[in-house]
Design a protein around this ligand. Structure first.
Ligand code: VG1
Ligand code: CO
Length: 544
């Protein structure tokens, strides 16, 4: 066996390696700067402290441009830092949910995910590196703060420059580095995740739904992987396991530039799916983002389910999913800007409810404490405590399971839900690439205005409906498990009828600042709940 020696390479710190809502995201060209990726990876490893020596980590990414190069680099850096073993997805491929699952299943110290999620890929597009801790979830704020602290003082990194590993071929590769054994296990990217889905859902009933049975037509689905990482997972689950035909799945080859698509599953970017669904042939459509954690659900004729409604409908029918028959339903949660539809399901069922800041990391501590089963975000994220990430394919399967049990279509499920609980009309506006300083100042001023005591009680009339401000603040989250405080998570205007307006800055952009404004208007009048979702277009001007 060849013996390898690690070397210490002097470097200079970069001052822009602060992880955002979900890892460090920059242009590929930024990551390609000399030592840039190396520094950040070294900082992640240093943050493990005493746990680093002899550790096992998972490594994989969404197949975008630079994933393979980065994976090979990370293998060499881990080898030089005392990591005992890396579990790597074949070809460097793992969806974000698959990494979360494997960290938990193999009890590793964490995992490194190479993705910029739904951001476009390619040599002049985005790349990202995310660290997940041993619970399988995105590193919490105190860990990412520590990683950032290390980056700004980093003077060297360790690497085994000549260590080569064939990540295209499954198998266990053993090396001796500085006298110690170092292993790379290249695994099937799909198998463990598919196994997990088979434990959670009743695949027999899903197969029957798709195939049709006596008195029941086949239920036609259309699944769009948008050339992201979910392709191989989708093929294995929907075609090989559930018997859907080949034409039911599209864009299933992970491509480095996503074939030029913007792999963000929403009405704008998943337009190919929307147009195909409009033809009315399919009963159900779903699309996923680049790294497989986001989902969009459509019914027949492209009937759109908002992520906030998707969460609420799943919440109301969660008992149909075999996994929850065993675990019970421990609690519901949503991110703060997400519309309040799930809140009403929680209060009707008496199930505990939590509101957390934007970003999946905040759900993890509630799940680890057995307080939370189902959660979601307005940004097309839905998931449960089966892992510690949002999970696109899980959400699509959850919908199919509910449909199979309720024997109702997507639209029918939504309409009966609205009739029972009322409807939250939800819109989000994004203002991208704005000057960062000006945005920070704007939020600061906005906070001053809305937190002045005279602001409470302000009445706003829009289209003959009156909204009275009940509460206004900059959201500060207190984690109910560890008591930690996360302040300044967004300006909230809460109105007496349950409607809300939220303003916050994005933490995932790769350049400039993005301002997000979220509008959640609640309607319980049965005559109005079937209106077009665009009825609640606001002008923000009159609020301030
Ligand atoms: C956005 C979404 C947030 C989501 C995050 C990561 O963050 O708003 O809900 O958790 O992206 O999702 P921000 O800070 O830009 O608003 V993903 O699929 O990019 O890992
Ligand atoms: Co994503």
């Amino acid at each position: 066996m060849t013996e390898f020696k690690s070397v210490i390479v002097p470097t200079r710190p970069f001052d822009d390696q602060k992880p955002g809502t979900s890892g460090l995201r920059k242009r590929v060209t930024v990551f390609q700067q000399q030592n840039y990726t190396e520094n950040f990876v070294q900082a992640i490893l240093n943050s493990l402290g005493d746990d680093l020596q002899g550790s096992v980590l998972v490594l994989g990414g969404d197949g975008r441009y630079y994933v393979k190069d980065a994976a090979k680099l990370i293998i060499r850096i881990c080898a030089a830092n005392g990591v005992k073993k890396l579990i790597v997805g074949q070809h460097g491929i793992f969806s974000t949910p698959a990494v979360s699952n494997l960290i938990r299943k193999r009890n590793t110290s964490g995992g490194i995910i190479l993705t910029a999620s739904h951001n476009p890929g390619g040599p002049d597009k985005d790349f990202g590196i995310k660290f997940n801790t041993d619970n399988g979830g995105p590193a919490p704020d105190y860990v990412t703060a520590e990683i950032f602290n290390i980056t700004v003082g980093l003077e060297s990194y360790n690497i085994v420059p000549d260590l080569e590993c064939d990540i295209d071929t499954q198998g266990v590769y053993t090396y001796i580095v500085d006298g110690n054994e170092f292993n790379v296990e290249v695994v099937d990217s799909v198998a463990d995740y598919v196994g997990l889905m088979k434990e959670i859902f009743d695949f027999d009933s899903l197969r029957e739904l798709l195939k049709g049975s006596e008195g029941r037509k086949p239920f036609k689905i259309l699944i769009d992987s948008m050339n992201g990482v979910t392709g191989p997972y989708v093929r294995q689950i929907f075609v090989n396991e559930l018997g859907a035909d080949e034409s039911s799945i599209v864009n299933t080859k992970p491509l480095e530039d996503f074939g030029g698509l913007h792999p963000d599953p929403n009405l704008t970017y998943a337009v190919q799916l929307v147009d195909a669904m409009k033809e009315g042939i399919h009963d159900f459509g779903a699309a996923f983002d680049g790294d497989g954690d986001r989902n969009m659900i459509l019914g027949k004729k492209a009937f759109f389910v908002t992520p906030s409604d998707s969460l609420a409908v799943l919440g109301a029918h969660l008992h149909h999913i075999p996994y929850f028959k065993i675990t019970g339903i421990k609690g519901f949660a949503r991110s703060m800007p997400t519309a309040g539809a799930i809140d009403r399901v929680a209060s009707a069922t008496g199930i505990d409810f939590y509101e957390v800041p934007t970003g999946w990391k905040f759900f993890g501590s509630l799940m680890d404490a057995d307080q939370l089963s189902l959660c979601g975000e307005e940004s097309f994220g839905t998931g449960s405590d089966h892992i510690r990430e949002k999970d696109g394919i899980w959400a699509a399967l959850a919908w199919l399971q509910v449909i199979a049990c309720e024997k109702k279509g997507v639209e029918e499920l939504l309409v009966s839900h609205w009739k029972k609980f009322g409807r939250n009309f939800f819109t989000r506006y994004d203002y991208e690439n704005c000057p960062a300083d000006n945005c920070a100042y704007m939020l600061h001023k906005l906070e001053q205005i809305v937190t002045s005591p005279v602001y409470i009680g302000t009445q706003i009339i829009h289209r003959n409906k009156s909204y009275v401000v009940k509460q206004a603040d900059n959201f500060c989250y207190e984690d109910p498990i560890d008591g930690s405080l996360t302040p300044k998570q967004g300006i909230r205007l809460l109105f007496e009828d349950g409607s809300r307006i939220i303003v916050r800055l994005s933490g995932t952009g790769s350049s400039g600042a993005t301002v997000r404004i979220y509008v959640d208007s609640y309607e319980k009048d049965e005559r109005l709940i079937l209106k077009d979702a665009q009825v609640c277009h606001y002008t923000f001007m009159w609020v301030v």
